[in-house]
Design a protein around this ligand. Structure first.
Ligand code: SF4
Ligand code: SF4
Length: 336
């Protein structure tokens, strides 16, 4: 569409995305009784305009549209929450990069005159020079391609832009001092943005993978994680170490397990404060690996779980000897 429009000498194109049923009717009424669509507005009908995301909006701008108008039925205004969020995200990216004017609009009107007025309004924009690009991959990949290309041609190509709360891009700010490297957040992260190391206690974070779902925030027992929605044009593709520590060595067999800070925190919280950790022997159990802890517990004399002496196993021979002894005793008694 864009190639045909530009080829015919068209300038400052705008896209009109509309609900097929609602929009087609309105456009027909405008054409018949009013001024019709402006010459620079190219309409495209969709089954549901709520499907439009920031990836589509920014891709269309990158192709050379100067503004994206979304025409929605007023009957469906209650369903437009997600669409408005996507539009706000696209606006935040554009404004962060210095693009002027409101490039995204949602028109929820049933009156053809009102729609006509909104579309015919004279707007002046610094032109976004369009370029062809291959929108490959999923929505996030397409959005990233569009972000990068818009950044390259931006009036203010800053490295980092702040995004609204709920945006699916950003970093997590982890207070490393309070982190005990329990790695609960790694297990909770659905996007593999938080990772652990197999060799030593280490927590790393990859900003590009983070979708700002907040599961790590809800999972962290120390409450040291906060979300920071933003888009980082300057990096974030590689994992960065958030915290690393030496492992704690079992005081009995020296096998590394857990981390120093985790074990020390647990000891601090339980030593002398919990009825089961009053003595040194009990506290030492915390400082042992799982195997040594089992051995040590079986050796503790006052272990409440400890069983008494096992009864000696009786065999058939025992029963026979017992019966014979009884018989002999009875015989002796009779003789006496
Ligand atoms: S916000 Fe979600 S995606 Fe980002 S690090 Fe936390 S759990 Fe992972
Ligand atoms: S859940 Fe919290 S304390 Fe545990 S490793 Fe993650 S940031 Fe650190």
């Amino acid at each position: 569409m864009m190639a045909a429009y530009r080829g015919a000498g068209g300038k400052a194109p705008e896209l009109l995305v509309h609900d097929e049923e609602h929009g087609s009717e309105l456009i027909a009424v405008m054409a018949r009784f009013g001024r019709g669509l402006p010459a620079n507005v190219i309409p495209i009908g969709l089954h549901a305009v709520t499907e439009i995301g920031h990836d589509t909006i920014l891709s269309a701008l990158l192709f050379g549209f100067q503004r994206i108008n979304v025409l929605a039925s007023p009957d469906k205004m209650a369903e437009l929450g997600a669409l408005n969020t996507q539009c706000d995200l696209a606006r935040a990216v554009l404004q962060g990069l210095g693009y002027t004017g409101d490039r995204v609009a949602v028109i929820g009107e049933a009156d053809p005159d009102a729609v006509e007025e909104a579309l015919h309004e004279v707007r002046t924009f610094d032109e976004i020079t369009g370029r062809a690009f291959a929108p490959e991959g999923g929505k996030r990949d397409v959005a990233r391609l569009a972000f990068s290309a818009l950044h390259e041609m931006a009036p203010a190509p800053v490295d980092v832009i702040e995004l609204p709360q709920g945006a699916p891009y950003g970093r997590v700010d982890i207070n490393a001092d309070g982190c005990t490297l329990c790695l609960a957040c790694v297990g909770a992260c659905p996007a593999a943005a938080l990772n652990a190391d197999d060799d030593k206690p280490r927590l790393s974070f990859t900003e590009a993978a983070c979708v700002q779902c907040g599961l790590c925030v809800a999972t962290c027992p120390e409450k040291v994680i906060t979300l920071e929605p933003r888009y980082n044009f300057a990096g974030g593709l590689l994992p960065e170490t958030v915290k690393e520590e030496e492992p704690f060595e079992c005081i009995r067999c020296s096998k590394p397990f857990g981390t120093k800070s985790t074990i020390e925190t647990i000891v601090k919280k339980l030593e002398g404060k919990h009825s089961m950790f009053q003595g040194t022997a009990q506290v030492d159990l915390i400082k042992m690996c799982d195997n040594c802890r089992v051995f040590a517990m079986s050796e503790v004399q006052d272990d409440p779980m400890k069983l008494g002496e096992r009864p000696k196993m009786r065999t058939t021979e025992d029963y026979i000897m017992e019966a014979e002894a009884e018989k002999a005793a009875a015989k002796d008694k009779g003789e006496a």
